[in-house]
Design a protein around this ligand. Structure first.
Ligand code: TH1
Length: 803
C-alpha cells in the first residue's frame, strides 16, 4: 500500500488518542503496540471486504484448509512486510522516539500448534494469500496454546500459555456467523412427508461455535484472506434453565476450546480431543455451506466451488459431517452426496509413525456423535460391499474403516477423499509401497506427493534482515515472490568478496544470538565457534540422543587429550517434550545434565559448549536459525515424513548434516553431494533390518570402544544429577534393542561430524557451500507448494510464478 511516513505518524497519533485518549508521551509500549495493531487493521479493512466480495461476485472456487493447529508466530512484522510498509513504519516510529522492535516484543507468540504440522499450516496461509489463491484457514481458538517450558533442575516443567490474557488485536469476533454443534443424545430417523428420512434428536447437548476471524494478508497484492478460529460457548439460555446446571454446562462446554493437546506425532485417545475435532469440523463445514448458499448455485454444484483440505486425520470427521448435512439437511440421496463429498475432500498424511495413527473406539463416537456414527457405518458398509466385488476380500478387510471396534481415521480420510498426498518424495513412496500399499492398489490415482515448503518472507526477509539486504544488493528483490530467483546467487560462488560478506552476516547473527544466550541464560559462548543446531520436538525417532552421545565422545576426547585438534563447537538444542512422554523428558534432563557438566568444566574452556534453550518456539527459531552454521537433520531414515526446519536452516546458509530422510533427500538433489554432509542408514536398509530382524544393538556397545565409554558414562555417575535418566536411557539403547538404531549410526555420524569440522576450517569452501545452499533453497518455498496444491488437488486459480 501507499503510505508516506508523514501520514503514518499522523495516523498513529490520531489512533492513540482515539483508542486510549493518550498523547505520545504518556503512552507505553503496550498501548503503542495495540495502537499500531489497530492502525494496521484499519489499513486493511477495505481490501479484506473487497477480497471477500470479489470471491462471491466472481463465484470463485474457495479452499478451506482444516487444521487442528496453526502455529502462526507473532504477526506484527509479517503484516507490515506484506503490506509493504515495514520500513515506513519503522522509520516513522523512530521519529516518534519509538523502537519498533520493542513493540514487537509486546505481542504474545500464539502457540496454537506443536511443531512442523502447525507451522506448515501457518506458512501455507501466508503463501496462499500471496499466490492469490482464494483460501482460508479453519481451526480452533484455543484459550491456552502449547505450554510454556521451564527447566527446573534440568527437568522440563510445563506452565500454561495464556496468550489471550491482554486480548488479541488481530481477531474479530463474528457473532452473526456463530453456528450450533450438537453432541451426545439420541437420534432416530423418521419419514418426512416429502419422502426422505429426517433425523430427530433427543437430549442432545448444544454448543455454540463462535468464530474469530483474523486477516491473512498477501504480500504486495491487496489480497486479504481469512483465518477463522472457533471458540466454544454456551448457547443463549431460556428462563427455565436451572442456574447451577447452567454453570456446570458452561464449564464442560468451554473446556472444548480451552487447550491445545501437547502431543506431536502421537495419538492420545481422549474424549475431549474427539470433541475438539468434531467441534471445529462441524462448525467449519456448516459455515462453508451457509457461505456457499450466498452464491445461489444449487447444492449439487458444491464441489465446483468448494475444496476442503484435511490436514492430517484430525479433521477427517469432515467427511461424515458433510455427508450428514447433504443427507439430513439438503435431502440428497446417498450416491449424490457421496460423490460430492469425495470430490470436495482432499487429505494430507504427515507421518508413518504407528503411534500417531488415530483410531477412535466406536463406542466413544457412538456416545458423543450418534448420527455421525451411523453415517460412518454406512460408508464402511458400502465400501466393503462395492469394493468387495472388485477386489480380494482380504484386501478389503485390511482397508475398511471400522475394524476391531475402532474407526481408523486415515482409512476414512482416504476412502472419502479424491486426493491423498505425502509431504516429501521419500515419504510418499513409503506410503505407496509400504504403509498404505493396499490402498494404492485400490486407488492408485488418488496418491500424489507435495513436498512441504516454508515461507521465505518470515524465515529470511524478516528473521534475517542482514542476509536479506546482502541478497537484495546482489540479485535484487524479486525472490520475495519468485523464490527460485535466489539461484542467481550462484553466479557469486567464486566471488571472494561476496563470500566474505556472507561470512560477516553470519558472524553478526551469531554475535547477536550469543548476546541473547548470555543475557537469558548467563552463559558465554564464542561466536567464532561452529554453531551446530538441532531444533525440533523431542522425539526418540528424531535422535537428539545420537547428537548427545557424540557430544559426550568429544568431551571425553578433550578430557583425555586437552591438546586435541577440535575446532571450537557450540551445540544448540531447542525442544519441547509432550508432558506424558516420559522417555523424551528423560532425554531433556540428560541433555541438561551433560550441559552442566561440560559448560562448567574448566578443562574444556571454549572448545565445547552445550546450550539448551528453554521454551523453543517460533520466536526463538527466528533468533536461532539465522545464527546456525550446521543444521542437524538426523532422524532415522524413513521416520521423518519431511521436516521443515531443514529448509529454514538451509535458506539461512546452514550446512545440513543429515540422514537421507524426508525432504533431506530432495535438499541433497538440489545442492549436490558436495554441499551437504550425509551419513547413516538409508530407508531401504532400515526396512531390511526390520524384515530380517538382524539388528543387535548390544554388539555395538560391546565392540565399539568409544561408544562403550560414552554409554557407560550414563550409568557410572560421570554425569551428576541424571543417574536415573542415564540408567533408563542406557537400557533403552543397550538392553531393549535401540528402536531407532542410534548405536548403529553412531560411528558414521561421528565421521560426518569430523568432515564438518574440517570443512569449516576453510572459510572460502564453507561460505561457498553456504551460498549454494541459500541459492538452492527457493524451490522449498511454500509459495510453490501451495501453487501445486491449487492446480493439482484443489483445482483453483492461483497466480503461478514460473519455477
Ligand atoms: C510433522 C512431521 O513429523 C514432519 O516430518 C513434517 O515435516 C510436518 O509434520 C509437516 O508436514 C507431524 N506433526 C504431527 C503432529 C501430530 C500428529 C502427526 C504429525 S506428523 C499431532
Amino acid at each position: 500500500m501507499d503510505l508516506s511516513k508523514h501520514k503514518f505518524k499522523a495516523d498513529f497519533k490520531k489512533m492513540l488518542t482515539e483508542v486510549y485518549s493518550m498523547g505520545l508521551k504518556e503512552s507505553e509500549a503496550t498501548e503503542q503496540f495495540f495502537t499500531l495493531g489497530n492502525l494496521i487493521r484499519s489499513y486493511i479493512a477495505k481490501n479484506w471486504s473487497k477480497t471477500n466480495q470479489a470471491y462471491i461476485e466472481k463465484k470463485k472456487k474457495q479452499v478451506y484448509y482444516f487444521s487442528m493447529e496453526f502455529l502462526l508466530g507473532r504477526m506484527l512484522k509479517s503484516n507490515l512486510l506484506n503490506l509493504g510498509i515495514l520500513e515506513t513504519v519503522r522509520d516513522g516510529l523512530g521519529d516518534l522516539g519509538i523502537d519498533l522492535e520493542a513493540l514487537v516484543q509486546i505481542e504474545p507468540d500464539p502457540g496454537l500448534g506443536n511443531g512442523g504440522l502447525g507451522r506448515l499450516a501457518a506458512c501455507f496461509i501466508d503463501s496462499m494469500a500471496t499466490s492469490e489463491i482464494p483460501a482460508h484457514g479453519n481451526g480452533i481458538r484455543y484459550k491456552y496454546g502449547l505450554f510454556k517450558q521451564k527447566f527446573v533442575n534440568g527437568y522440563q516443567v510445563e506452565l500454561p500459555e495464556n496468550w489471550l490474557q491482554n486480548g488479541n488485536v488481530w481477531e474479530t469476533r463474528k457473532m452473526h456467523a456463530a453456528v450450533t454443534v450438537r453432541f451426545y443424545g439420541h437420534v432416530w430417523l423418521e419419514h418426512s412427508g416429502e419422502g426422505h428420512l429426517v433425523p430427530h434428536y433427543e437430549d442432545a447437548q448444544e454448543v455454540l461455535a463462535v468464530p474469530y476471524d483474523s486477516a491473512v494478508i498477501g504480500f504486495d497484492n491487496e489480497i486479504v484472506n481469512t483465518l477463522r478460529l472457533w471458540s466454544a460457548e454456551v448457547p443463549p439460555q431460556d428462563e427455565s434453565t436451572d442456574y447451577w446446571s447452567f454453570i456446570h454446562q458452561r464449564n464442560e462446554i468451554e473446556s472444548i476450546s480451552e487447550v491445545l493437546y501437547p502431543d506431536d506425532s502421537n495419538y492420545e485417545g481422549r474424549l475431549l480431543r474427539l470433541k475438539q475435532e468434531y467441534f471445529f469440523v462441524s462448525a467449519g463445514v456448516q459455515s462453508i455451506i451457509r457461505h456457499y448458499k450466498k452464491m445461489h448455485l444449487g447444492i449439487e454444484h458444491l464441489a465446483e466451488k468448494v475444496a476442503i483440505h484435511i490436514n492430517d486425520t484430525h479433521p477427517a470427521l469432515c467427511i461424515p459431517e458433510l455427508m450428514r448435512i447433504l443427507l439430513d439437511e439438503e435431502h440428497m440421496d446417498w450416491e449424490h452426496a457421496w460423490h460430492l463429498t469425495i470430490n470436495t475432500m482432499s487429505y494430507t498424511n504427515h507421518t508413518i509413525m504407528a503411534e500417531a495413527m488415530e483410531k477412535w473406539p466406536i463406542e466413544m463416537i457412538q456416545t458423543l456423535l450418534p448420527r455421525i456414527v451411523q453415517i460412518i457405518h454406512e460408508i464402511d458398509r458400502r465400501y466393503v460391499m462395492e469394493m468387495g466385488r472388485l477386489f480380494d476380500s482380504k484386501l478389503i478387510q485390511s482397508t475398511r474403516i471400522v475394524e476391531g471396534g475402532h474407526v481408523r481415521m486415515a482409512h476414512m480420510a482416504i476412502i472419502g477423499s479424491h486426493s491423498i498426498n505425502g509431504v516429501a518424495q521419500l515419504h510418499t513412496n513409503i506410503l505407496k509401497e509400504k504403509v498404505l500399499h493396499p490402498f494404492c492398489l485400490i486407488y492408485p490415482s488418488k496418491f500424489n506427493n507435495k513436498t512441504n515448503g516454508i515461507t521465505q518472507r518470515r524465515w529470511l526477509m524478516l528473521a534475517n534482515e542482514p542476509l536479506r539486504h546482502l541478497i537484495d544488493r546482489k540479485i535484487g528483490n524479486e525472490w520475495a515472490t519468485m523464490p527460485t530467483e535466489l539461484k542467481m546467487l550462484k553466479a557469486f560462488r567464486e566471488d571472494k568478496r561476496t563470500l566474505q560478506e556472507l561470512a560477516e552476516v553470519k558472524h553478526q547473527n551469531k554475535v547477536r544470538f550469543a548476546r541473547f544466550v548470555d543475557q537469558s541464560m548467563g552463559l558465554e559462548i564464542n561466536p567464532e565457534a561452529i554453531f551446530d543446531v538441532q531444533i525440533k520436538r523431542l522425539h526418540a525417532y528424531k535422535r537428539q540422543l545420537l547428537n548427545l552421545l557424540h557430544i559426550l565422545s568429544l568431551y571425553f576426547k578433550l578430557k583425555d587429550h586437552p591438546e586435541a585438534d577440535l575446532y571450537p563447537h557450540v551445540f544448540i538444542f531447542g525442544a519441547k517434550a509432550a508432558p506424558s512422554y516420559t522417555y523424551a523428558k528423560q532425554i531433556i534432563k540428560l541433555i541438561n545434565s551433560v550441559a552442566d557438566l561440560i559448560n562448567h568444566d574448566p578443562d574444556i574452556h571454549d572448545k565445547l559448549k552445550l546450550v539448551f534453550v528453554e521454551n523453543y518456539g517460533v520466536s526463538l527459531a527466528e533468533k536461532i536459525i539465522p545464527a546456525a552454521d550446521v543444521s542437524e537433520q538426523i532422524s532415522l531414515a524413513s521416520k521423518e515424513a519431511s521436516g521443515t526446519s531443514n529448509m529454514k536452516l538451509m535458506l539461512n546458509g546452514a550446512i545440513t548434516l543429515a540422514t537421507l530422510d524426508g525432504a533431506n533427500v530432495e535438499i541433497k538433489e538440489h545442492v549436490g553431494e558436495d554441499n551437504i554432509v550425509l551419513f547413516g542408514l538409508r530407508a531401504d536398509e532400515v526396512y531390511h533390518y526390520y524384515n530380517e530382524g538382524t539388528y543387535h544393538a548390544h554388539d555395538y556397545y560391546e565392540k565399539n570402544q568409544v561408544l562403550h565409554r560414552v554409554l557407560n558414562a550414563l550409568i557410572d555417575g560421570t554425569i551428576p544429577g541424571a543417574e536415573a535418566e542415564g540408567n533408563a536411557i542406557f537400557d533403552s539403547l543397550v538392553s531393549y534393542g535401540d528402536e531407532y538404531f542410534v548405536l548403529r549410526d553412531f560411528d558414521d555420524y561421528a565421521a560426518a561430524q569430523g568432515r564438518i569440522d574440517r570443512l569449516y576450517r576453510d572459510p572460502l569452501i564453507w561460505q561457498k557451500m553456504a551460498l549454494i545452499n541459500i541459492a538452492s533453497a527457493g524451490i522449498f518455498s511454500s509459495d510453490y507448494t501451495v501453487q501445486q496444491y491449487a492446480s493439482q488437488i484443489w483445482d483453483v486459480s492461483s497466480k503461478v510464478h514460473r519455477i
